[in-house]
Design a protein. Structure first.
Length: 239
């Protein structure tokens, strides 16, 4: 009998827990996003400074009056400046506003360039083919605007000859040419010699503005005036 009562108590507690869980999930789903501006009935202020749909300043009105104006225009009332006193609200199409904001955010993300640190590892006894391949990858990284960390790994007794590592790093700088700038000079850290390179900023030369040459108008050719020829009248011959 005691076991039966304990089982019934356990089932009641379990059922109560299962019934309470969907309510918490439902409340989380209803909660509006944090970064979303308040609009329409979600605006809490009693008075707002209203901006009409055409951008004209209406002034300070009650929230009921502002909502009525938005309903008449078949638009939404959006709180655009919540920190102001009173808050600034504008009558607009909220769906169109959200779409334009998302498009603007996508464009700003496209223009943002994320600069990362790429690492390329060398060995003192690296072959010419592997050396050229790694340098070609460094060309690509620097061309994309990334920084490159060059790591030269020593093994065994190779660490006693750091001049071999410096010779490799000097060859890397020589192969990269003017596209790379040394941020951190080569230094030995344990069994590794490291150096940091960054892309050299291209200096755009401003085109020199040449003053337009003044065109000289061609002078007209001088007119040749021919003197009039005098008419010779023949005198009558006397018989």
């Amino acid at each position: 009998m005691a076991r039966l009562r304990a089982r019934e108590t356990f089932l009641e507690v379990r059922l109560h827990t299962q019934e309470a869980k969907p309510l918490a999930q439902e409340s989380k789903a209803i909660a509006p996003p944090i970064n979303e501006p308040r609009y329409n009935e979600r605006i809490r202020s009693r008075e707002v400074r209203l901006v009409d749909a055409d951008g004209s300043q209406v002034g300070v009105v009650s929230i009921a009056d502002a909502l009525e104006r938005a309903r008449v225009a078949e638009l939404d009332l959006v709180e655009v400046a919540a920190q102001a006193d009173p808050p600034v609200c504008r009558i607009m199409d909220y769906g169109k506003f959200r779409y334009e904001e998302s498009q603007r955010l996508k464009e700003s993300r496209k223009k943002t360039v994320q600069i990362t640190m790429k690492e390329v590892k060398f060995r003192p006894k690296i072959g010419k083919g592997d050396f050229d391949t790694k340098v070609r990858h460094m060309h690509e990284f620097l061309g994309e605007g990334h920084k490159v960390k060059v790591t030269l790994q020593f093994r065994g007794r190779e660490v006693a000859h750091p001049e071999l590592g410096r010779k490799i790093l000097d060859a890397v700088i020589e192969q990269l040419g003017p596209i790379a700038r040394v941020d951190t000079m080569a230094r030995l850290e344990g069994r590794n010699m490291t150096m940091v390179l960054s892309p050299e900023k291209k200096t755009t030369k401003k085109p020199t503005t040449q003053q337009p040459t003044q065109k000289v108008a061609p002078q007209p050719a001088p007119e040749i005036v021919t003197p009039p020829v005098a008419e010779v009248s023949e005198a009558p011959v006397a018989e």
